[in-house]
Design a binder for this molecule. Structure first.
Ligand SMILES: NC(=O)c1ccc[n+]([C@@H]2O[C@H](COP(=O)([O-])OP(=O)(O)OC[C@H]3O[C@@H](n4cnc5c(N)ncnc54)[C@H](OP(=O)(O)O)[C@@H]3O)[C@@H](O)[C@H]2O)c1
Length: 262
C-alpha cells in the first residue's frame, strides 16, 4: 500500500491516543506523536516504525499550558510534514465537587480540552481546506450530552467540543475536509486514575478497550461522519439522554458518576 500523508495525534503517550496512532500507522500513515511524556512517545514511535515501516516523529508538548498549542504548531511546521489527519485526543478530567477542585487544574483542563483543541483545529484545518483533503477526529465524551455533576467542568468542555466541531463540520460541506466528533463512554485507559475517580465495579462491564474506540473513531472520520458515539450501550444512553428533560438527565448523570464508596 502507498504511504499517505502524516497524522498528528495528541495525547499519544497512553490510552485512546496510543491506540489511534497504532491503527493509523498500520494504515501506513506517517505519524507525529505528541504529549508530555516523551519517553513513552519515543518507545511508541520506534514500535510504529519497526512494525509498519512508517516515519514516526516525536514532539513533546504541554497543551494545558497557555501557548502550548502554538509551540506544537511551530514544531510540526519545522518538521516539514503535511498533516492530513489530526486526532485531537489529549484531554483529562477532574472528578469531584467543583468547589473543591484546585483552580489551577481546572484552568489546565479548559486550556487542554478546549483552547488547544480549537487552535490546533484552526491551524491544521486551513492547510487541509487549501489542499481540499483532510480528516479531523475530535475526541469528546458521552459526558458531552448532558450536565454531569462531579465532572461539571470536564463534561462542559466536552459539550463545547461537540457543539464547536459539529458546527465546523457543517461549514466544511463540499470542501473534501471533515471534522468528526467521537463520544466515547467508559474506556480502559489511565483517564480515571488521572481524574482521581475510583469507579464502582459495575462500570467494568460497560468498559470498552482503547483499541475498539480508536477503530470506531478512525473509521467514522474516514467516512466523514459528523458524530459517533462508541458502542451500543453508549449509543442507547445518548439516545435516552436526548429524549429526557435536561433536569432528569442531570440526576441520571449524578447517580452514575457517584463512586461505590469502596
Ligand atoms: N477513558 C475514558 O473512559 C474516556 C471516556 C470519554 C472520553 N475520553 C477522552 O479520551 C481522550 C483520551 O483520554 P484517555 O482515556 O486515553 O486517557 P489517558 O490514558 O489518561 O490519556 C490522556 C492523554 O492525554 C495526554 N495529556 C494529558 N495532559 C496533557 C497536556 N497537558 N498536554 C499534552 N497532552 C496531555 C496524556 O499524555 P501526557 O500525560 O504524557 O501528557 C495522554 O497521552 C481524552 O480527551 C478523554 O477526555 C476518555
Amino acid at each position: 500500500m502507498d504511504k499517505r500523508g502524516a497524522a498528528l495525534v495528541t495525547g499519544a503517550s497512553s490510552g485512546i491516543g496510543a491506540a489511534i496512532a497504532r491503527r493509523l500507522a498500520e494504515a501506513k500513515h506517517d505519524c507525529v506523536l505528541t504529549a508530555r511524556r516523551t519517553d513513552r512517545l519515543e518507545e511508541l514511535a520506534r514500535e510504529l516504525e519497526k512494525n509498519h515501516g512508517v516515519m514516526a516523529h516525536v514532539v513533546g508538548s504541554d497543551l494545558g499550558e497557555h501557548g502550548g498549542a502554538q509551540k506544537l504548531i511551530d514544531a510540526v511546521g519545522a518538521l516539514g510534514v503535511e498533516i492530513d489527519f489530526l486526532a485531537n485526543n489529549a484531554g483529562f478530567g477532574v472528578y469531584g465537587n467543583f468547589a473543591d477542585q484546585p483552580i489551577e487544574r481546572v484552568t489546565q483542563m479548559i486550556e487542554l480540552n478546549m483552547t488547544s483543541l480549537t487552535l490546533l483545529t484552526h491551524h491544521f484545518l486551513r492547510g487541509m481546506v487549501a489542499r481540499k483533503s483532510g480528516r479531523i477526529l475530535q475526541v469528546a465524551s458521552i459526558g458531552a450530552y448532558q450536565p454531569s455533576p462531579l465532572y461539571a467542568v470536564y463534561s462542559a468542555t466536552k459539550s463545547y467540543v461537540l457543539m464547536f466541531s459539529e458546527a465546523v463540520n457543517y461549514e466544511l460541506k463540499g470542501t473534501g475536509v471533515s471534522v468528526t466528533t467521537m463520544c466515547p463512554g467508559l474506556t480502559a485507559t489511565e483517564f480515571h486514575e488521572v481524574a482521581a475517580h475510583k469507579k464502582p465495579k459495575w462500570m467494568d462491564g460497560l468498559t470498552m478497550t482503547a483499541d475498539d474506540v480508536a477503530v470506531i473513531g478512525i473509521r467514522s472520520a474516514m467516512k466523514g461522519r459528523a458524530v459517533v458515539t462508541t458502542g451500543i450501550a453508549n449509543k442507547l444512553t445518548a439516545l435516552i439522554v436526548k429524549m429526557m428533560p435536561r433536569s432528569w438527565a442531570t440526576v441520571m448523570a449524578a447517580r452514575s458518576m457517584r463512586t461505590s464508596g469502596a
